[in-house]
Design a protein around this ligand. Structure first.
Ligand code: GAR
Length: 220
């Protein structure tokens, strides 16, 4: 049996992405193990989810630290002690410092609820609705020093409908997040990721579907 990929999952809120990872691990479809869940928010519901599955948790309340550097120093310590191979940001709403990025070079991934490079940052489902884009989606990417700028691993596209609110669009996107995040982690666990500058190649991939999508649909 191959070694399980050891994950450190960082959260700030509901933790539905964390749940999708837990579910796939428990189903046996993701050869990984969550060594620790860390939240910067003591009230995060994701902590309850983790505890229910017997996963060790740590709370590092950012308000208890004088600077980002102090907070990240402790975060590095906790994650190194847990012996993690990959850091998975799952709704973690903190910007990480250079020291953190250096400590886990090419080992930090994030999920973002938009089709990057469109709509980086926050409140992005509202921004997509307001802009009038016809498609949005979600992106799993490596974390670099920019905000949502790192090399892209996998994306999923969803239509944006005229009657969408930020909430209905967010729900449609979240359903896809729960599919692509475990998939991206599986690529790591299976050693299938080759990062070449900005371009990420997945080894032994199925042929991509070349069918175009249209929204609104073509008349014929
Ligand atoms: C998800 O939509 C995730 O993409 C987003 O926060 C939500 C967390 O949901 N992350 C970001 O916006 C990061 N910039 P969850 O706590 O239910 O997984």
């Amino acid at each position: 049996m191959t070694d399980l990929l050891k994950l450190g999952v960082l959260i700030s809120g509901s933790g539905s992405n964390l749940q999708s990872i837990i579910d796939q691990i428990e189903k046996g479809t993701l050869p990984a193990q969550i060594k620790i869940v860390v939240s910067n928010n003591p009230e995060a519901f994701g902590l309850t989810r983790a505890k229910k599955h017997g996963i060790p948790c740590a709370v590092l309340n950012h308000q208890d630290y004088l600077s980002r550097e102090d907070f990240d120093r402790e975060l590095i310590h906790v994650l190194q002690n847990a012996g993690v191979d990959l850091i998975v940001l799952a709704g973690f709403m903190r910007i990480l410092t250079q020291s953190f990025l250096r400590a886990f070079e090419s080992k930090i991934i994030n999920i973002h609820p938009a089709l990057l490079p469109a709509f980086p940052g926050t409140h992005v489902q509202q921004k997509a609705v307001d802009y009038g884009v016809k498609f949005s989606g979600c992106t799993v990417h490596f974390v670099d020093e920019g905000v949502d700028t790192g090399p892209i691993i996998i994306q999923s596209v969803v239509p944006v409908c005229l009657d969408d609110s930020a909430e209905t669009l967010a729900a449609r996107i979240l359903e896809e997040e729960h599919k692509i995040y475990p998939q991206a982690i599986r690529y790591f666990a299976e050693g299938r990721i080759i990062k070449n500058g900005r371009r990420v190649e997945i080894k032994n991939m199925k042929n991509p579907d070349h069918t175009a999508m249209h929204n609104p649909p073509l008349d014929r």
